[in-house]
Design a binder for this molecule. Structure first.
Ligand SMILES: [Zn+2]
Length: 442
């Protein structure tokens, strides 16, 4: 330990004692203590002393990791209507220190996002800027706002250049509804902005909008065939496990060969759990040797039951003249995704499929920091970095996990948050969005 650290350690404010510390960025996995001073990481090693006046947290049996990063959230509260959840309920109070809004704010609405969401939140809040001038209003409900005429590349580039500390990429879509109207024109414009900025483009796969009436059936394979050649290293394919068509898995259960081509050229994969998650498709993807890079939970007001009187999927796509409800959407109305979940839950689901704890921690820490190009700031427990830390438990037992199709899998390990440290301050994980563990007992 170098000399500049010792005086800080002596003056440290908080010592986390006796947990299993997993920090993939530094190759750490062991029973260690973590000292925090002045909101920064001051030391990570065994048997750290607790100086007089410092707070000691005994965490025997807990897991301590760098603050978890949720790479896919929807937290532009109010402006995106009942789609946008409260940032701290998804963030620090949900056990997550950094939350990335995927496509809520746009070139037109980013100012409000910065002032009313980023600045007052205790969580670290970042975003991928929407390709569309409309942003993610009501969860992209009014499909006609999302065609190429609703995109202005110069406006995206200008806004992203003004806020490089907060805008970390561009959000776009490639799915059958948009494809039936405009082909991939909207994605091409979003991608053009990403390329000009040198930022990653995050591409949503899987049905979002109903197909245009009379457009005939879109062949989902055709979408992947046209998307992959547009992508560069560092771009992101999202929702690989989607239960909807046009994801990684073909109707016959095989993986589209172009997915491997995308991976070979450095495209990464974000889980984007959301209302998409299918255990069967996840198994098919993992069995093909494909491991997602990052693990966004994709929480939003339409896929999580919110205890304020029911913000959930009810009514989506059915009470507006502007969209045509498809059979898929009708199914969704019957299955309102009321099972609460969160990032830890999405991690548990992957573990139930055989992914290891260190692997899921890497997805939600070091890999996510790399996607955001913030490896020097977050996603690791390095001395001098902001003390963003997640503390959670692996609950042993029999737990029933349910995917978005209603398929259930019983698992023996469930991750559940205990608290976070955000910039040195301890925050209890009391979000009402978190699942009630007792209800998951098999
Ligand atoms: Zn989403």
């Amino acid at each position: 330990m170098n000399a500049t650290i010792l005086p800080r350690l002596g003056a440290c404010d908080l010592v986390l004692k006796g947990a299993r510390v997993i920090d993939p960025a530094t190759g750490t996995d062991g029973m260690l203590d973590v000292a925090i001073a002045g909101g920064k990481i001051a030391g990570v090693r065994a048997d750290l002393p607790v100086p007089d006046g410092a707070q000691r947290m005994d965490l025997a049996g807990a897991i301590v990791t760098p603050g978890l990063i949720d790479t896919h959230a929807h937290i532009y509260e109010h402006v995106t209507g009942d789609f946008g959840l409260n940032a701290d309920l998804v963030g620090v109070r949900g056990g997550v220190t950094t939350v990335v809004d995927q496509g809520g704010p746009s070139a037109l609405t980013f100012g409000g996002f910065k002032q009313f969401i980023v600045e007052p939140s205790q969580s670290r809040v970042l975003c991928f800027l929407s390709s569309y001038l409309a942003g993610g209003l009501l969860g992209h409900r009014y499909v006609d706002l999302y065609g190429p005429t609703g995109i202005n590349v110069a406006a995206i580039v200008k806004m992203a250049r003004q806020h490089p500390d907060l805008i970390k990429g561009i959000k776009a879509h490639a799915e059958p509804g948009g494809f039936s109207r405009w082909g991939l024109e909207s994605l091409k414009l979003g991608k053009q902005a990403g390329r000009e900025l040198g930022l990653p483009t995050y591409v949503h796969l899987g049905t979002l909008w109903p197909q245009k009436e009379g457009s005939g059936d879109v062949n989902p394979r055709e979408i992947i065939e046209q998307v992959v050649p547009l992508l560069d290293a560092g771009d992101v394919l999202a929702h690989p496990f989607t239960r909807y068509p046009s994801g990684f898995v073909n109707a016959d259960g095989s993986i589209h060969p172009l997915v491997f081509e995308a991976l070979a050229k450095g495209v990464t994969i974000d889980v984007g759990r959301g209302a998409h998650f299918s255990f069967d498709n996840a198994r098919a993807v993992l069995d093909a040797g494909i491991l997602p890079t990052t693990l966004g939970a994709d929480l939003h007001g339409y896929n999580i039951k919110y205890p304020d009187g029911g913000r959930w999927y009810r009514g989506m796509f059915t009470d507006t003249q502007d969209v045509v409800p498809s059979e898929d959407m009708a199914d969704d109305a019957a299955l309102p995704f009321s099972t609460p979940y969160g990032l830890h839950h999405a991690m548990s689901e992957l573990m139930a499929l055989g992914v290891t704890l260190p692997q899921v921690v890497a997805m939600a820490t070091s890999h996510a920091a790399r996607l955001l190009r913030m490896e020097e700031t977050i996603g690791a427990l390095r001395i001098g970095m902001d003390a963003d830390i997640s503390v959670f438990r692996v609950l042993e037992g029999e737990w029933t996990l349910q995917d978005s199709n209603g398929k259930q899998v019983v698992t023996k390990q469930l991750l559940h948050p205990q608290c976070v440290v955000r910039a040195g301050k301890v925050v209890a994980t009391d979000s009402p969005l978190l699942p009630d563990v007792a209800q998951l007992a098999a």
